[in-house]
Design a protein around this ligand. Structure first.
Ligand SMILES: N[C@@H](CCC(=O)N[C@@H](CSC=O)C(=O)NCC(=O)O)C(=O)O
Length: 299
C-alpha cells in the first residue's frame, strides 16, 4: 500500500492510499480518515479505534464523500476512523458499459463479485470491500507492532444509493459472524432485482439467471437472516429524490421484513424536501454517526 497524499482535515488527517488489489487485479484507490484521537499522545495503548466504512454511489471515487459528506467532524467527535473505498476497478483493461452509460461498469461496480465475461476478471468488488481491503488496511496501519486501528472487528458500514445497497447487502451477508456491528444507509437501492439500476447491474455482472441475484439482494437476504439483540438498520431517504420511485423504493424493504425477525428493526426515515445529493447526505451524517458510535460502544 502506498500513501499518495496526507491532508490535514478537522483534527486528524485524510490519508489517500493506493494499492494493487488481488481481487480486482487493478490498482485501487482508497481514502482513510484518521481522527484526532489517533494522534493524541495519551491515547490508551490497549484500545483500538473502530472504523466506519462508507460505500459511495454510482460515478463516485473515494473523494466524493471525503470532500462533501463531512464525516470527519463526526469521526473526531466520537473517535472512529473512516474508510472510503472506490466504487469499481478502473483502467484501460477493465471492461466498461458498452453504451458508455454512468450506471454500469467503471464507477458502478455494485459491490458484487461478477461471474460474467467480460466483467468477471476485474469486477470482484464484494471480495475487495468486505475481505481484501480490511486485511490490507490492517497490515498497512497496524503492521508496525502498534495496533491502534480496528479494520476487522469493531467495524460499522454505511453508504449512499448503490453504496447503500452495498452496505446493507454486506451487513446481512456477514450478519451471522457479526462482521459489521452496525449498518445504515442514505437513499439505498434496497431491491436491486426489481429496479432498473439493479437489473442492469445484476444482469451484466451476474447473468440472466435471477436466482443468482438473490444472493446479493437485501430484500431476499433479510428473510433468511435471523435478527438478534436490538440491532437496527437506519435508513434516510429524501422525498424529493428523483430516483426514489424508480430505483430506490425503500418501502420494498419494509414489506420484505413483514412477519420476519427483522420486522420493526428496519427504520426508514423519509425526510421532506431532500434530494439525492450530498446536501442530503451531509445533513444526516451526524445522525448516522451517532447511531454507529452507539453501536460501536463509543457512547
Ligand atoms: N452523473 C449522474 C448523476 C449520478 C449521481 O447522482 N450519482 C450519485 C450516486 S447515484 C446512486 O448510486 C452520486 O453520489 N454522485 C456523486 C456526487 O458527488 O454527487 C447524472 O449526470 O445525472
Amino acid at each position: 500500500m502506498k500513501v499518495v497524499k496526507e491532508l490535514s482535515a478537522c483534527g486528524g488527517k485524510l490519508i489517500k492510499l493506493s494499492h494493487d488489489s488481488i481481487s480486482t487485479k487493478t490498482r485501487m484507490n482508497v481514502n482513510v480518515y484518521l481522527p484526532k484521537q489517533y494522534y493524541a499522545q495519551d491515547f490508551p495503548r490497549d484500545r483500538r479505534i473502530p472504523t466506519v466504512v462508507y460505500l459511495s454511489g454510482l460515478t463516485c471515487t473515494p473523494d466524493n464523500a471525503s470532500e462533501k459528506a463531512f464525516w470527519q467532524f463526526q469521526a473526531d467527535k466520537y473517535g472512529f476512523a473512516m474508510v472510503f473505498p472506490d466504487t469499481s476497478p478502473r483502467g484501460d483493461k477493465v471492461a466498461n458499459d458498452p453504451e458508455g452509460s454512468w450506471d454500469f461498469g467503471q464507477g458502478a461496480g455494485f459491490y458484487v463479485n461478477a461471474t460474467q465475461d467480460p466483467y468477471a476478471p476485474h469486477y470482484q468488488m464484494y471480495d475487495y470491500v468486505h475481505k481484501e481491503l480490511p486485511q490490507t488496511l490492517d497490515a498497512h496501519f497496524n503492521g508496525n507492532g502498534v495496533a491502534k486501528l480496528d479494520f476487522q472487528d469493531d467495524v460499522a458500514i454505511t453508504g449512499h444509493s448503490m453504496g447503500g445497497f452495498g452496505a446493507i447487502c454486506g451487513y446481512l451477508k456477514g450478519y451471522a459472524e457479526r462482521k459489521y456491528k452496525s449498518c445504515s444507509a442514505f437513499a439505498p437501492i434496497v431491491n436491486p432485482s426489481n429496479v432498473p439500476w439493479g437489473q442492469k447491474a445484476f444482469g451484466g455482472y451476474l447473468g440472466d439467471e435471477r436466482t443468482q441475484w438473490q444472493a446479493y439482494d437485501p430484500c431476499a437476504l433479510i428473510k433468511n437472516v435471523k435478527h438478534v439483540n436490538d440491532d437496527k438498520i437506519l435508513i434516510h431517504v429524501g422525498d424529493a429524490d428523483p430516483f426514489l420511485e424508480e430505483h430506490l423504493k425503500p418501502e420494498l424493504l419494509l414489506e420484505a421484513v413483514k412477519a420476519t425477525s427483522w420486522e420493526d428493526h428496519v427504520q426508514v426515515k423519509k425526510v421532506h424536501g431532500f434530494d439525492h445529493s450530498y446536501y442530503f447526505v451531509s445533513t444526516f451524517v451526524p445522525e448516522h454517526a451517532e447511531f454507529h458510535a452507539k453501536n460501536l460502544g463509543l457512547i
